[in-house]
Design a protein around this ligand. Structure first.
Ligand SMILES: NC(=O)c1ccc[n+]([C@@H]2O[C@H](COP(=O)([O-])OP(=O)(O)OC[C@H]3O[C@@H](n4cnc5c(N)ncnc54)[C@H](OP(=O)(O)O)[C@@H]3O)[C@@H](O)[C@H]2O)c1
Length: 352
């Protein structure tokens, strides 16, 4: 059996962090520290460390005391803001505060796994070189991924640990109240179309309906993160991590429609914040009628993110050859993933 390891999952209650927490909990050789502002609202054997990463003093106090035995840092925290440009400052600061505090006390630190994404390639700005490869240069537009990576490389010079950076696209998993959650947005949108007796139109741009797209299952990402954090061949490497297949919404839409019992329809571009955002009363009635988990409408569907997620009218493709060459061979059928995750949101009574 391998030596015991202590994971510090920063942002352990989010869509990626929670899945990693669940995965590492199933492994006997990991002790786990889970960092977030709010305590997990699900059972876990991890020790929760409450810290506000935006506050360097709180961070140093909380992490300094708890992190002496940490061997592996998994950074999955994220601060959402109304625009992508505005996410830069808080996310760069949070990472610097957290990693500085940990590296000051964790003398046995072996590895830092920093979660990134395809925004690394400028995917959110328009047509980009596809399939994206890990060796592709940074986009000239600033992004907090670059700030966090630069900070990590700077701190690494003072330590003897290695790093890895997974680059997923649209992380699909079970979490509530997080900003970037495609599954709950789709599940609530399908449910609301049924309730409002409306056809299940594609609310994004016409080009987004037909372009090539991809997704990353949060469970697969969690297993990939453990792999790259512990396999010495992955030291100081970035890896695209996606399900391994591609899809177009035009083909997926009828499958979703059938699942939610609505009539599949074509593109009708709308601003979902205005179109769906005004139906909070309808959602509240659904919650009562079906005895659903009591979630505020805004907690289960971030229509701002939905607008963004359905607006990429260009191909989004990552090349996953490198992770396979280095030894990570898992793949997932994206259609099956969507349906299984919808089932999970139903089983948890988030949607009827
Ligand atoms: N979700 C996606 O589809 C996706 C796709 C590709 C890449 N990514 C990248 O993956 C990373 C993680 O994103 P995610 O979607 O998994 O995040 P998320 O679901 O929004 O989770 C964020 C986590 O960070 C914690 N957090 C936020 N502000 C904090 C603060 N001030 N102090 C302490 N903890 C704080 C949250 O807990 P509290 O609120 O309780 O503090 C939560 O645990 C980001 O860099 C994102 O760009 C995400």
């Amino acid at each position: 059996m391998s030596a015991r390891k202590t994971a510090l999952i920063v942002g352990a209650t989010g869509v990626s962090g929670r899945s990693l927490l669940t995965h590492l909990e199933s492994r006997p050789d990991w002790d786990i520290l889970a960092v977030s502002r709010n305590a997990p609202d699900f059972p876990t054997r991890a020790r929760h460390v409450q810290a506000d990463l935006l506050d360097p003093a709180s961070c140093r106090e909380a992490l300094g005391a708890a992190c002496r035995d940490v061997t592996h840092v998994f950074y999955t925290a994220y601060a959402d803001r109304p625009t992508i440009a505005q996410t830069r400052e808080p996310n760069a600061a949070m990472f610097r505060n957290a990693l500085t505090a940990v590296t000051e006390v964790a003398e046995g630190l072996q590895h830092v796994c920093l979660l990134q994404g395809t925004k690394y390639y400028g995917q959110y700005l328009g047509k980009f070189k596809t399939p994206a490869r890990e060796r592709d240069p940074r986009h000239p537009n600033p992004h907090f991924y670059y700030d966090q990576e630069d900070c990590m490389l700077e701190l690494q010079r003072r330590g003897s640990w290695t790093w890895s950076c997974p680059r997923p696209h649209v992380i699909c998993g079970f979490a509530l109240g997080n900003a970037l959650n495609l599954i709950s947005v789709l599940a609530v949108y399908g449910t609301m179309c049924r309730e409002l007796k409306r056809p299940f139109t594609f609310p994004g741009k016409a080009g987004a309906f037909t372009s090539i797209y991809q997704a990353t299952d949060a469970g697969l990402l969690a297993r990939a993160m453990e792999w790259m954090a512990t396999d010495p061949r992955c030291a100081n490497q970035a890896f695209n991590i996606t399900n391994g297949d591609f899809f177009r919404y035009e083909n997926m839409w009828p499958v979703f429609a059938q699942y939610f019992g609505v009539e599949a329809a074509g593109v009708e571009t709308v601003d979902l914040r205005q179109d769906m955002g005004r139906h909070e009363d309808v959602w509240n009635r659904l919650v009562e009628r079906h005895g659903l988990m009591r979630n505020a409408y805004a907690r289960v569907a971030d229509w701002n993110f939905a607008n963004y997620a359905f607006s990429n009218d260009w191909d989004v493709m990552s090349d996953t050859t490198k992770s396979r060459r280095f030894g990570f061979l898992e793949f997932i059928d994206s259609e099956e993933m969507f349906l299984q995750l919808f089932d999970r949101f139903r089983a948890a009574k988030v949607v009827p």
